[in-house]
Design a binder for this molecule. Structure first.
Ligand SMILES: Cc1ncc(COP(=O)(O)O)c(C=O)c1O
Length: 391
């Protein structure tokens, strides 16, 4: 677990590093890739070993018998999150963007509304719109520097055309771990408006030491199981996003049959490399690795936030979870083009643009902190330099 090791990812078909220059104009040679949410760390050794065993065996045929894989997921959710799942509730999709698409496709029709609490993970809106459904944006207010829910305002916004709500829990990009009360309020909102409730919990394991515990939606609101889908994955937690798999967990038998039928119709079946990696990851060794990871990223966050706090006009939202810093530039009084140019051309950092996260994201950038400490220090120093005239 040497999180300090700098591993060169250039020329490895890495989206984050090898597409940076084309997408952000940040030079590949000395730019810092702080955008898409994967990490510059190797996964735990148990995962690498699982891939090596498979590669060494040398035959890559169809996968059969997912008993160990499902048991690993069951164990992880019980052990780490206090949620008891039955193995048959678990469906495996090609990642959770695919999972989101499958949910939208299964339970909504073209023209229906899908509710998002914005700003939120950008792929939700992309998938909803590409499927010809309407994104219904409910903007989250900020109180005491962090996002809160404004259910009363959102109740008034509903028109009756909405069919689904997607919650990001913990929240990307705000880094909130929602409380039990907040989760129950979302479940009540879904019930009042007769919405399918999709809870994307891909960041469930990435909670900082000392922050409140993540509560799975079904633990907070068991009375809403008949309208609930929970999505989680090994991919974000263990940095194996290229394995492209995710758990779509549907406790309700009728809903599960709907989704299974849709997946059957599209011929969706899992990739064996992903299943081997996930089975190895959801283990005591994987758990110890995640604990060490979050302690390390906590250090990165402190370094980054301390510098940001000294730049007049910049404010980093205090994170409870995720490795994604969410920074507001509105206090600089600069236009979006100006502050973005200072970050991209001045500091040579690629960070996600706030408006892609929907209403409320206009003056923000999202920085990925899952990299060796030396790189985070370099990024912080470059930012301070790029905005030094404001000091
Ligand atoms: C909330 C959320 N859901 C889904 C994903 C991506 O899921 P996948 O890579 O499994 O498609 C991300 C990636 O950052 C995310 O933040």
């Amino acid at each position: 677990m040497d999180f300090d090791e700098i591993i060169d990812r250039h020329g490895t078909h890495s989206m984050k590093w090898d597409r940076m220059e084309a997408l952000y104009g940040v030079p590949a040679a000395d730019g810092l890739a702080m955008w898409v949410a994967d990490m510059d760390f190797r996964p735990p050794a148990c995962v690498t070993e699982a891939v090596r065993r498979m590669a060494d065996h040398g035959i890559y045929g169809y996968f059969g018998d997912d008993t160990a894989y499902l048991e690993a997921i069951r164990w992880w959710l019980a052990e780490r999150h206090g949620w008891q799942v039955a193995p048959e509730w678990i469906l495996t999709t090609h990642g959770l963007v695919n999972g989101t698409g499958m949910c939208v496709d299964t339970w909504t029709a073209p023209g229906d509304g899908v509710v998002l609490f914005t700003p939120v993970y950008h792929a939700f809106a992309k998938v909803i719109r590409a499927a010809g459904r309407e994104v219904v944006e409910c903007e989250m207010p900020i109180e005491d520097g962090r996002y809160v829910l404004d259910i009363a305002a959102w109740d008034a916004q509903m028109t009756g055309r909405e069919r689904m709500v997607i919650l990001c829990s913990p929240h990307n990009p705000g880094g909130r771990v929602w409380s039990r009360e907040e989760l129950r309020a979302v479940a009540d909102f879904a019930a009042r408006h007769d919405l399918i409730l999709v809870s994307d919990e891909i960041h469930q394991d990435l909670v900082f030491p000392g922050a409140p515990r993540h509560v799975p939606m079904p633990v907070a609101a068991p009375e809403a199981l008949d309208r609930m889908v929970v999505m989680n994955a090994t991919t974000k937690t263990f940095n194996i996003a290229g394995a492209h798999l995710g758990n779509v967990i549907v406790p309700d038998e009728r809903l599960r049959a709907d989704l299974a039928q849709r997946m059957l119709g599209l011929g969706i079946s899992p990739n064996s490399f992903g299943l081997h990696m996930a089975t190895a990851a959801y283990s005591p060794e994987g758990a110890a690795w995640v604990d060490a990871l979050m302690a390390y990223v906590d250090g990165n966050r402190k370094v980054f936030d301390a510098t940001v706090a000294e730049i007049p006009g910049l404010a980093s939202m205090p994170l409870e979870a995720t490795y994604l810093a969410w920074v507001d530039f509105s206090g600089t009084g600069m236009s979006r083009e100006d502050f973005t140019a200072r970050v991209e051309q001045g500091a040579r950092i690629a960070a996600n643009h706030g408006p892609t996260f929907g209403t409320g994201g206009e003056s923000w950038l999202r920085f990925n902190l899952a990299m060796p400490r030396a790189r985070v220090e370099e990024a912080a120093a470059r930012l301070a330099d790029a905005f030094s005239d404001l000091q």
